[in-house]
Every structure is written in C-alpha cells, then in structure tokens.
Design a protein around this ligand. Structure first.
Ligand code: NDP
Length: 247
C-alpha cells in the first residue's frame, strides 16, 4: 500500500554512507520516498538526498537518530510514523564494527556493537511492525553479514550481533507471515565501504571465488528486489551477496 501522494515509502537506517546510501539511491530513484536515517554525518545524508532528487526521485525525509539509543530511536520513529504514516518497507542497515581479539574486547565496544546492530532491530522494528500488522502488508529487509555464517576472527562481537539478526529475522518472518508481511535477510561478503577500511582484504580475497570485493550497489539491487511487489512469495530467507564466499 502506498502512503501520502500515492508514493511507496521506505525507512532505511544508516542511509547516509556505504551500502545504506546505495540502497537509498536504488529505492529513491525507483520512485520510493526514502526516510533516510543517519547518526552523525548530516553532510553525507544531504548528498545522498540531493542525488536522489537530481535523478528525479521524490525528496527524501532526513531523519537523524541513533538506532542504538532506545529512547531516541523510538521517539524518532514514532514521530516519522505520526507525520507520514507507516512505511511500506523497512531496511535495517545501520551497523558498526569494533574489531579486536575476543579476550581484549572491552565492555563498551561489546555494548555498542550489540546495541547498534541487534537492539536496533527492536527499537526501530517494533513501532514499524505494529503499523504493518494493522495494515496487513509490509517488507522488512535486514542486513546481516558473512561473519554470521562462516565466523570471522577478531569480530566475535560483530558476528554475535549479525547472527542474532538472522535468527531474529527468521522468527519474525514466521510471526508476521499470516498478515502478508515478508522479512528477509541480505548477507553481504566483502563490500567496498568505509567499514572495510583496515580489514585484511588481500588475504580475505582468497576465499572469494569471484576474486573481487563487491560494490554497494550490488547489495542494494538485492535489497530493492526484496522490497518489491515481485518478492511477495519470498520470506524468511538469507540472501548472500558475497561473490561466492563461504568456508
Ligand atoms: P558504513 O560504515 O560504510 O556505513 C554505516 C552507516 O550506518 C552510516 O550511514 C552510518 O551513519 C550509519 N550508522 C552507524 N551507526 C549508526 C547508529 N547508531 N544509528 C544510525 N545510523 C548509524 O557501513 P557499510 O555500508 O559497510 O555497512 C552497512 C551494513 O552492511 C552494516 O549493517 C554492515 O554490518 C553490513 N555489512 C557490511 C559489509 C561490508 O563489507 N562493508 C559486509 C557485511 C555486512 P553516520 O555516518 O551518520 O554515522
């Protein structure tokens, strides 16, 4: 169902940079009104919004909030829904990594990674799902990671959060399927964004059959499909966009 002005609306968390920016562009230029969330880099968020408008897409709604801050995120999402209605799709993309060996992991970085990556699923997802359930339609796409599936040394905190998202998404998919809402996971491998800076990419490419890192828009196209009407019979799935990377 479309919202105000007959436009389909999507909330994209972490839409200001990297994969989230590519998702915002892919959906915005396909005619969706994007509610573009970011946490700190307003300049980057504005640039993405300008690119969408320049390409003829509807003007995005910029929404600054920290998905890991329960009170702030719930307040902001509620205000968005009050102003614009329930979005047709929700893309839970915002994520952080704080890498290091497990034994040296401090409490603060564990808490930050879990709060942003996993608790964000609750704080942003809950108010949106309430509206989708009432409306009996909706698309939810969650960004996990190859780290959740094959493990990743130095990323125990990150892998725990991303594995939790897969389990949460699969369970939610079962809960909401009777109301016509789909919930799927996109699980990227190595994608060229700021998050990949500092990672041992050359070493890791040995595990990528296609022999290269992915580009953000290659992930965005998968997300756009899962948000589309055409994906109505796809739910509870984990779609790897990883160049064939596995064990
Ligand atoms: P980037 O670091 O390039 O971008 C992260 C985005 O998330 C930014 O827009 C940032 O906004 C936003 N963000 C971070 N923390 C918060 C927060 N607390 N609240 C709101 N927004 C926040 O990451 P990627 O684009 O690489 O990653 C996107 C998703 O894909 C993540 O979930 C990541 O885990 C996953 N992924 C990425 C892979 C890769 O190789 N790049 C591989 C596998 C999964 P701001 O700039 O304003 O802080």
């Amino acid at each position: 169902m479309a919202g105000e002005l007959g436009l389909k609306q999507v909330l994209v968390t972490g839409g200001s940079r990297g994969i989230g920016a590519a998702i915002s562009l892919a959906l915005g230029t396909a005619g969706w009104r994007v509610w573009l969330n970011y946490r700190s880099r307003e300049d980057a968020a504005r640039k993405v919004a300008a690119r969408i408008e320049a390409a003829g897409g509807p003007p995005p709604v910029l929404a600054r909030f920290d998905v890991g801050n329960r009170a702030e995120a719930e307040r902001a999402v509620k205000a968005l829904i009050d102003a614009h209605g329930t979005p047709d799709a929700l893309v839970l993309n915002a994520g952080v990594n704080r890498d290091g060996l497990f034994v040296f992991t401090d409490d603060a970085s564990w808490d930050e990674v879990l709060a942003t990556n996993l608790t964000g699923f609750l704080t942003v997802g809950r108010p949106v799902l309430k509206g989708m359930l009432r409306r009996r339609s909706g698309r939810v796409v969650v960004l996990s990671s190859i780290a959740a599936q094959r493990g990743s040394p130095g990323q125990v905190n990150y892998a725990a959060s991303k594995g939790g998202l897969v389990a949460a998404a699969r369970s939610l998919a079962l809960e909401v399927a009777p109301r016509g809402i789909t919930v799927n996971v996109v699980s990227p491998g190595l994608v060229e964004t700021e998050m990949l800076e500092g990672a041992p990419v050359k070493q890791l490419l040995a595990y990528v059959p296609l022999g290269r890192v992915g580009q953000p828009d290659e992930v965005a196209h998968a997300v756009r499909y899962l948000c589309s009407d055409e994906a109505g019979y796809v739910t509870g799935q984990v779609l790897g966009v990883n160049g064939g990377m596995w064990m």
